[in-house]
Design a protein around this ligand. Structure first.
Ligand code: ADP
Ligand code: MG
Length: 489
């Protein structure tokens, strides 16, 4: 990507080994880079990888500094801010001599001139795609939205009709319906919060649909907080902030999903705060979602936090058995597949983490039965979901895992939370993270929090690393087998 710029010089691997004196051993450097790219793709997902990381080119390693390049200053700033630390850690993992990384803008020639685009210069195709309209806008003008993965377009399946209501979500549901149908915002902002996979995004999309159905002229904009930040950084970069402000402040309804993402990002918060205030002052509906209540959101400026709580904060609680059963019934009906009630009950009992996993499990057994032409029974279900059920049947905690692993490696338990990086501590810690992922239903961020509040990408990395090492290191594989047996009984 980014190769459509005529001025871009060849800075591929050929030039690296032909005439680049920077690296001592190109082969190992190159192969490490290939691995890092692969790991990054797994970590961040295809869409983000294509937009941001794919255009990264390895220039070489000199004096412990890995030099990478990107075609524009804008991409460079973004990648540096969001992935710089991760890249450094990944390089250091395989190459302890690495002290840091440096991302340069592709030089125009031997002079090494920077190639920052002037404001308005087209971005590389990849960045353009990611920038897209940046948000799903529903209004008189149809959204010019290419790739739904990156634009966050409104998903037609996520409607109120398809949302199953039960005790845990009835307040959020009622508030959402109310906000979508009212002419004047009944509460502003509507703040919907709850754990992962419990239906926050679903409700927001449903609000967009309903509001639009009620009044096709209403300009409704939905985007993730991450996208908001991206758009903002981009506007700053291109000195385009006036257009940015206009765009967000001219809508009738603004929905920002996963606002926890902007914790600690002060400039974005500042801008968001102004946008938010202005819309509320003008009586435009603002809808926010988050994984925590306004008062529990860390890293938010106080005035923003308090303003977020001004309207109605509606929580979505963890699912109950009854709700899970109704959701399963609805989803099975929706697929037009006959699933025996005892199978649905079995699933509702055993898969308790969230609705997303419940759906995933149902999809899996239906696919399995269809592909193999077998009946769906509790037995086949049990078989198909063995791995999943093993994890959710027992309530093994991360603390238990940490304790066992620390004992096994004769390491003080407190090192599980420490930041020390010596090998004899890092490895057991990674093993514990790996086992936490394998044997509990905790998400990466949840695991990260139990290990001294590390970044979730550290956990992802640990899991990958241990997977790889087990294949290479028989002793480690034995250790893990043993630990697993102890923990699973
Ligand atoms: P969140 O944004 O809270 O993480 P989502 O809205 O993405 O969760 O929901 C995860 C999945 O579960 C989606 O496919 C969504 O349609 C489904 N889902 C969640 N709650 C319900 C519900 N009450 N009824 C039907 N489907 C639901
Ligand atoms: Mg969501």
């Amino acid at each position: 990507m980014g190769g459509d710029r005529k001025t871009e010089p060849q800075s591929n691997n050929d030039s690296l080994s032909d005439n680049d004196p920077l690296s001592d051993n190109d082969n190992t450097v190159n192969s490490q880079w290939i691995h890092i790219r692969k790991d990054l793709r797994d970590e961040v997902g295809d869409a983000a990888f294509k937009s941001w990381l794919k255009p990264l080119t390895l220039e070489g390693v000199r004096a412990g500094v890995v030099r990478l390049s990107l075609p524009t200053g804008f991409l460079r700033d973004w990648v540096e801010e969001n992935y710089g630390e991760r890249l450094r850690v990944m390089w250091q993992d395989g190459r302890p001599s690495v002290r840091g990384i440096e991302i340069v803008v592709t030089a125009a020639g031997p002079g090494g001139q920077r190639l920052d685009p002037a404001p308005g210069t087209p971005l590389p195709a990849s960045a353009r795609a990611a920038a897209g309209p940046g948000a799903a806008e529903m209004g008189p003008e149809p959204a010019d939205d290419g790739d739904s993965r990156v634009s966050g377009a409104i998903d037609p399946r996520l409607t109120f009709e398809n949302f199953v209501v039960g005790k845990p979500n009835e307040l959020a549901y009622a508030a959402a319906v109310n906000a979508s149908e009212a002419e004047v915002p009944p509460f502003n902002p509507l703040f919907i919060y709850g754990g992962v996979g419990l239906g926050k995004t679903h409700l927001m999309h449903a609000i967009a649909w309903r509001a639009r159905a009620r009044n096709p002229n209403r300009r409704v904009m939905y985007l993730s907080a991450e996208k908001f930040m991206f758009e903002f950084v981009r506007a700053l970069r291109y000195k385009d902030t006036v257009a940015f402000k206009d765009r967000f402040r001219s809508v009738d309804m603004l929905m920002i999903d996963d606002v926890q993402f902007i914790s600690g990002k002060d400039n974005t918060q500042e801008e968001f705060f102004h946008t938010f205030n202005e819309l509320i002052d003008r009586n435009r509906q603002v809808v926010i979602s988050s994984d925590k209540s306004p008062s529990d959101l860390d890293g938010l400026q106080e005035r923003l936090r308090s303003r977020l709580g001004w309207g109605l904060a509606a929580d979505i609680l963890p699912t109950t058995y009854e709700l899970r059963l109704s959701i399963l019934q609805a989803k099975a009906d929706g697929k037009g597949v006959e699933v025996p009630i005892d199978v649905l009950e079995f699933l509702a009992h055993r898969i308790t983490a969230n609705v997303r996993e419940l759906e995933g499990a149902l999809n899996r057994i239906v696919a399995h039965a269809t592909l193999l032409g077998r009946d769906i029974t509790v037995e086949t279900t049990q078989e198909v979901l063995q791995a999943l059920l093993r994890a959710s049947g027992r309530r093994l905690t991360i603390e238990e895992i940490q304790k066992r692993v620390a004992e096994h490696f004769s390491m003080p338990l407190r090192e599980m939370h420490s930041i020390r990086r010596s090998q004899n501590i890092v490895r057991p810690r990674q093993v514990a993270m790996y086992l936490a992922k394998e044997l509990t239903e905790c998400s990466y961020p949840q695991i990260a929090r139990k290990f001294g509040g590390r970044d979730h990408t550290t956990v992802m990395h640990a899991v990958k690393r241990i997977e790889e090492l087990q294949a290479l290191d028989g002793n480690l594989a034995d250790d893990i087998r043993l630990l697993r047996r102890m923990l699973e009984n």
